[in-house]
Design a protein around this ligand. Structure first.
Ligand SMILES: Nc1nc2c(ncn2[C@@H]2O[C@H](COP(=O)(O)OP(=O)(O)OP(=O)(O)O)[C@@H](O)[C@H]2O)c(=O)[nH]1
Ligand SMILES: [Mg+2]
Length: 387
């Protein structure tokens, strides 16, 4: 594992020093070229302009992978994050950093008094921690009568980490030999299709046989978008015709996945407002259709949430949870959001895992949610490390 990381080497680390530019979605050609040059998941390596970096030959890595037990995607991501928190933190974007720095400023005061507590309260509310959680934290801080810098930070970090601790947030793409079916839904534009592409890429990187189902049959552009991603990742996609019943597409895709022994089927659905009854019914129907072939499926019912929206996050969760039953959420656009605090509210209130965070528009811009690192990014210094 260490050797694997060493291969990424300095070019990978140096990449962090370059400022993250506004994410521009890659063209098919760009990504295809990159894919030829480098071994996933080290896309950062590919993206570096550093000419010194010589990517390992495909054969070398393949031979190596056969010899050793390959790490899971989560392990690889965890290593990348641990080795390189600065990059992780940088991806969270300026808005998040602004919130994070106001929380930090507030908790670095010498003494906690009414004024500094008010500042902390404000900073947490701005990050969408939610009124209840914020009140709890402020009460806890008051009760502890904390009056030194380090203690304050540690107590806040501890408190926040505790909120996530009794849940396994990992999304295991292949926990057993069976086909895994993941149904993905959410409101319009939340980032479903992009997130599905990112998940599919992670599956492909793990040598899983991945099928995408394009069950958004409302818009021609939706079909094109997912087909484009499938082409980039080099995986199969089963698309419906425009106007076709999405459930029929889902049924066909599920049958194909079973018959052709796919490992992973990820279903993309049309964006829907959480209060549109008929669209909720459509999702329920998809679930029933899937269960005709496998009672246990869909194994994951994931709600994709746009972190820049903030306010009605809880309404969305309530509604989708009541109608479909969620198994987890993925929060997108953390690179452009100041609202990371709502993640804490989600786990506290719904006891739901947060599988991953979207931190950009590129194919590898999906990071697993690791509470400790997230809290460190929220409270830490500019490298995302705790002081
Ligand atoms: N910055 C940033 N942009 C993202 C992220 N995830 C998705 N996007 C962008 O958000 C926009 C909408 O993403 P889609 O994946 O098309 O969203 P969707 O939920 O499938 O949209 P509909 O199918 O129309 O409901 C696109 O421009 C994506 O590139 C993210 O993590 N960060
Ligand atoms: Mg879509």
């Amino acid at each position: 594992m260490k050797k694997w990381f060493k291969k990424i080497g300095q070019s990978f680390l140096r990449k962090d020093e370059t400022k993250d530019k506004e994410a521009i979605p890659p063209t098919v050609e760009q990504v295809e070229t990159k894919d030829k040059e480098a071994i996933p998941p080290a896309v950062e390596q590919v993206e570096t302009k550093d000419k010194e970096a010589i990517p390992p030959a495909v054969e070398q890595v393949e031979t190596k992978d056969k010899e050793a037990i390959p790490p899971t995607v989560e392990q690889e991501d965890t290593i990348k994050i641990q080795k390189n928190k600065k990059s992780w933190f940088n991806k969270l974007g300026d808005n998040f950093k602004k919130t994070s720095s106001s929380i930090r400023k507030a908790i670095f005061v010498k003494r906690l008094d009414e004024k500094s507590l008010e500042e902390i309260e404000e900073a947490f509310l701005m990050s969408d921690l939610g009124v209840n959680n914020t009140n709890l934290l402020i009460d806890e801080l008051k009760n502890k009568k904390i009056n030194t810098n380090n203690n304050t930070q540690e107590n806040v970090a501890e408190f926040l980490e505790k909120q996530f601790s009794n849940i396994n947030h990992e999304l295991n793409l292949k926990p057993n030999k069976e086909l895994r079916v993941i149904l993905v839904f959410g409101v319009n534009g939340s980032g479903k299709t992009t997130t599905i592409a990112k998940l599919a890429k992670k599956g492909k990187d793990r040598n899983l046989k991945v099928l995408l189902a394009a069950a958004d049959t409302f818009r021609a552009a939706a079909k094109e978008q997912i087909e484009k991603w499938a082409n980039i990742i080099q995986i199969e996609v089963l698309s419906g015709n425009i106007g076709e019943d999405p459930s029929s597409v889902v049924f066909k895709a599920h049958r194909k996945a079973i018959d052709e022994k796919f490992d992973l089927l990820i279903i993309d659905t049309a964006g829907r407002l959480h209060n549109k009854v008929e669209l909720m019914e459509e999702l329920k129907k998809m679930t029933r259709i899937i269960q005709k072939n496998d009672e246990e499926a869909p194994h994951n019912k994931i709600l994709v949430l746009d972190s820049t929206i903030g306010q009605n996050t809880y309404n969305q969760i309530d509604s989708f949870h009541q109608n479909i039953g969620l198994t987890g959420v993925i929060m997108t656009k953390l690179d452009g959001s100041a609202k990371g605090g709502s993640l804490i509210g989600i786990t506290r209130k719904y006891n739901l895992p947060i599988h991953a965070l979207g931190v950009g528009e590129k194919i590898d811009d999906l990071i697993p949610f690791i509470p400790k690192d997230f809290i460190n990014a929220l409270l830490g210094d500019n490298t995302g490390d705790k002081k």
